[in-house]
Design a protein around this ligand. Sequence first.
Ligand code: SF4
Length: 774
Amino acid sequence: MYDGSRIRVVKGAGLATEVFEGDAFKRLPGKTGIGHVRHGVCQDNDVSGAQPFVFRHGGGMMAVAHNGSLTNGRVLRERLGRLGVVFQSESDSEVIGSLIARYFSLGMVGAIERAMEELEGAYSFVVMVDDTIYAVRDPYGFRPLIAGSGPAGWAVSSESCALDAVGITEKRDVGRGEIVVISHDGMKRIATRASRRSCPSATCIFEYIYFARPDSIIEGIGVAAAREAFGAMLAREARFDADVVVAVPESGVTAALGYSDESGIPYRQGLTKNRYMGRTFIRNSQMERELGVRLKLNAVERSCAGKRVVLVDDSIVRGTTGARLVDLMRKAGATRVDMAVSSPPVKFPCTYGIDTASRRDLVAAVKSEDEIREMIGADALHYLSIDGMLEAIGGLASARDTGEPLEFCTACLDGRYPDAISCHGKCRPPKSLSYADSGVDIDEGERAVQLMKPAVKSTFTPGVIGDIGGFGGLFKPDFAGMKEPVLVSGTDGVGTKLKIAFAADRHDTIGIDAVAMCVNDVLVSGASPLFFLDYIGCGRLDAGQIAEIVGGVAEGCRQAGCALIGGETAEMPGFYPDGEYDIAGFAVGAVDRGRIIDGSKIRPGDRVIGLASSGLHSNGYSLARKALCEVGGFLLSDIPEGMDRPLGDEMLEPTRIYVRPVLALIERVEVLGMSHITGGGLVQNPPRILPHGASMALSVDTWRRPPIFDVISRTAGVAADEMFRVFNMGIGFLVVVRPEKAREAVNILVDQGEDARIIGEIIPGDGRVEFQGV
Ligand code: SF4
């Protein structure tokens, strides 16, 4: 329940009446809430898988409860796990909630819609954020979900009979792929991209056969009416020569009445249920639960003695209870027992949220009808045919006033799983195969180009020739003032920092990193970057997302003073997961040969000036993610102790670009060597410019270390030497100058907006970095 400031939860094992006995409801004040009842997956009191699950997200808390089963739940779970999500249970609700939280920046409806694009299989779920409830149903509509209003307010439920119980009068099924929002403003229905998909409906036929209560209505068809129609069709298919029709209570009763009406054979109560069943309801599976119930049945002798009985049951799953039922009839004096089953044989497991047995345990999958008849000891056995079942319910479907076509999932009966790849040809009308069918959307690519154009043009320098869209990027360099111009190039990517961008669904800064990693490398030689080209590979091209990424690339180019003259976006469905991408690029700069800075003039006594980094930059993210998200269990919205902003913001801080301040420095002070502190940290990068016989001594306490480095080290126990080997530890770029020029150089850099300071000096040595004060 949402109590006005937070979500409170009560969970427990047992019947709902037991969990909520006493003052349990007093602990749940508020006017908005969600609840869930499930059968246990184990016999103890473990409630780790009990719903709803409560999640923290960027804006607060949300609770999720769900019915159904994701067919790609394992894949999504692994993917989210790699992004740092830690799961407490095996429940798909956690996957759904984590996915929605990931997209929270899109707003709740946007986040749900985005999550729906990745969810596959059967789901009807409710999400509560503060006092607003979002009810969502998958595009096939496997599992029912009904919303409505009445004098007491608004409600949504997996069964319409539950709404009747609380006085909800205006009811309607939540549409396939629809989001229903219930808030202060009432109830709003929102069609999503998923609802516009052309897949057929696939309402679970077993809801009508067995699961739902007879007084429920699903998709405009009363469950009792459906069961009666199945019973009547059963009688038309197999009219046994009998004296009485007897039902297996409770779910077989309505079908037996239909059989009786159609056949003219009188219905009698031949089996009765012990009302004092105790705790048999809490059983491992749906089917075992049924078994537990049936063991409590007793025969009514008066109805059966000396009679030929048609025994009507809704289904036979494992076949373990049929023999007992037939035996009960015989012991009550029945002279003949013919078994009539108001569903076709269950031959396949359900992958959409019903806990049926595995295929080898389904008796109809491994035995013929005659073998099953023999096993249960009946004189005859008849299952309703699939055609008969569909004809019976089809009559009711076409009598509805909505006029909408209605199709049913029958996968456990015929093995035709509706969301299988081809969808049995039902999803889309046949047409010639196009590039779009294979997942490559050329039109979306063109849209991306149009969206990114203004940002790209904003980087153009006088050297750019031509426009966007050429085969090659043309650039006319101005080498005036250079005696012997030399081109310097650098290439790099962003690495697993991208994982943070995916998790945060933020893509506007990652392009800056791509540029920074290249231009800072080019700068080390003293070169001015002239132009940059990028490459983006993605699973599914989303024009908006690509434009965001390229917007970052353009920003990086502007900061570096170079032009973005070309790029490539490759859509590779199946190669990258949907929503994910990789980015790389390269920069080309120029320097006069006589002014190349290569460190050869460095000698002991020279001073080392450090330029502060903006944080992790783009290196060490595999270790950082493991330490913070896996070991530390931090979410990107968390603010770890010692930090003053959310982890996601800190980890997405773009790599600092040092081009303009360092070029300004080079113009005024002789710079002897420079080092970009990238992969390999402060241990491996400085030696790359040291001449023979020189080492570098750095005083660690001379600069300020961003708190994220201490959080990583503290959280995962990463040793100091490993930290300095992997991360920049607060220094993104080093400059070496003569000692007498050091102060002037620092002042120039500070004037350019850098946090620069003398952090060490060159000492005689064998090309290593020695840290003082670690
Ligand atoms: Fe229902 Fe059977 Fe389909 Fe599962 S497989 S959703 S039980 S019809």
